[in-house]
Unconditional design. Structure first.
Length: 92
């Protein structure tokens, strides 16, 4: 897979911003088929940083009820990437 296909977008929340400034951890939305080694290679090639570790989780959005019926939430994959202490990602 191409690195731009693996990494979809960075996730910018209050918790993710705190993690990036305090612990060098960055959160990305990634392709569901990507493995940890694929994510590590993609981050290293796109941002030119040294990746120390990758944690992933599959998340399902909640189901919602509208006036026309029930809508199921989508499932997506998040990756929390820990970067070497000397490196920074300037996306945020």
């Amino acid at each position: 897979m191409v690195p731009t296909d693996i990494i979809k977008k960075p996730i910018v929340t209050e918790k993710a911003t705190w993690g990036s400034s305090e612990q060098n951890r960055y959160v990305f939305s990634v392709d569901r088929r990507a493995t940890k080694t694929d994510i590590k290679r993609a981050i290293e090639s796109l941002y030119k940083v040294r990746v120390v570790g990758v944690n992933t989780k599959n998340t399902k959005e909640r189901d919602r009820t509208y006036k026309f019926g029930l809508t199921e939430g989508q499932t997506y994959k998040q990756a929390v990437v820990r970067v070497h202490a000397e490196d920074k990602i300037e996306v945020f």
